[in-house]
Design a protein around this ligand. Structure first.
Ligand SMILES: [Zn+2]
Length: 277
C-alpha cells in the first residue's frame, strides 16, 4: 500500500509530439487548488477535451509524463471553470483519490510553484530560460541553473519496549499526537538530523535507527524519510514554542493519531503490527 515500488507513472519533461491529445489529463491548478471531475466518485483531473470548454486562461503548462500510457500535464490557469466541477487543495485530495494520482497532483503543483517563483535569476535578476536537457531553468546571463527544490526531512517514531513516544505540535488541533519530524540542515547526514531533532524537540537520546520508507509530502515540497528508533536515555523536555506535549503511549491508550495516508500514521501502524506478531 505504501509507494515503495515502481509507479505506474513514467516521468518525462519533454512532451512527445502527440502528447497533447484529447484524453490527456490536465492537472489544472487555480489559486492553489486542483480542478477535479468527481462524476465517477473519486476526484480525477480533467481531460484536455473537458478543459477546452472551460473559459480559462492558461498561465503556464508543463508536461509531466505518462500515467498508464495517458499523457499528463500540469496547467496553471485563471478564470472561470465550467459548472459541475470542484476544486480541491492537495490536503483535500489526500485519501480521497488513489495514491498515484495524489502524488502526481503534488508533482504538478510543485512544478507550477517552482516555475512561478523562478521567473528571474536569483543571482543577477535576468529572466530565466528553459534548460536545454533537464527539468531546470538556466540564466542566459550568468548561467545559474535552478532545479525544482525539495526539502528532505526526517520523521521518527521513538519506541521504548511496547510504548511509543508521540508528541503534539503547538500549532495542531487539541488531542492530535504524532511522530517527531524535522528538516535536514546543510552539512548533516540524515542520521545526524534525526539525533539533533529528537534532542531539540524532546531532549531524548535514541539508538538503533531503522529506516522504513519515504513519502513525497507536497506541503509545500518535503521529502519525508521515515524511521523507527529506540529510546536510549533522558527525560522528556518539550521544546518551547514547538512541542506542546509529548508522552509515552501504549497500544491500549492511543491518542488521536494521523491516518495511514501520512507516513507518520504508517510508522505508528507498523509498530502496532509488530507488537501483534
Ligand atoms: Zn543570472
Amino acid at each position: 500500500m505504501w509507494p515503495n515500488k515502481p509507479d505506474d507513472f513514467a516521468a518525462n519533461h519533454k512532451a512527445p509530439a502527440d502528447a497533447d491529445s484529447g484524453d490527456a489529463w490536465y492537472f489544472v491548478f487555480r489559486r492553489g487548488e486542483l480542478i477535479c471531475n468527481t462524476s465517477q466518485g473519486a476526484p480525477e483531473p480533467v481531460t484536455a477535451d473537458e478543459f477546452r470548454w472551460f473559459d480559462m486562461e492558461v498561465r503556464s503548462k508543463h508536461f509531466l509524463g505518462h500515467y498508464l500510457n495517458r499523457p499528463c500535464f500540469a496547467v496553471a490557469a485563471k478564470g472561470t471553470m465550467a459548472e459541475g466541477y470542484v476544486t480541491l487543495g492537495l490536503r483535500g485530495l489526500l485519501g480521497r483519490t488513489n495514491q498515484s494520482l495524489f502524488y502526481l497532483a503534488g508533482r504538478a503543483q510543485q512544478i507550477i510553484e517552482w516555475h512561478e517563483s523562478h521567473e528571474f535569476c536569483g543571482r543577477c535578476g535576468t529572466g530565466m530560460e528553459e534548460h536545454a536537457q533537464d527539468r531546470a531553468k538556466q540564466c542566459p546571463s550568468c548561467q545559474l541553473i535552478s532545479y525544482p527544490r525539495l526539502s528532505p526531512s526526517i520523521i521518527v517514531l521513538i519506541t521504548r519496549g511496547e510504548e511509543m513516544l508521540l508528541a503534539r505540535n503547538a500549532a495542531w488541533p487539541n488531542g492530535m499526537y504524532s511522530t517527531l519530524a524535522g528538516f535536514v540542515e546543510p552539512g548533516e547526514s540524515i542520521e545526524q538530523t534525526l539525533h539533533r531533532e529528537v534532542k531539540e524537540e524532546v531532549a531524548l537520546d535514541v539508538t538503533n535507527l531503522q529506516y522504513f520508507g519515504s513519502q513525497s509530502w507536497p506541503f509545500p515540497n518535503s521529502l519525508m524519510l521515515g524511521f523507527h528508533a529506540q529510546y536510549a536515555g533522558g527525560d522528556i523536555v518539550c521544546q518551547e514554542g514547538e512541542i506542546a506535549d509529548a508522552q509515552w503511549f501504549s497500544a491500549t491508550n492511543l491518542p488521536q493519531i494521523p491516518p495511514k495516508t501520512a507516513i507518520s500514521g504508517w510508522l505508528i501502524q507498523e509498530f502496532l503490527d509488530q507488537l501483534e506478531k
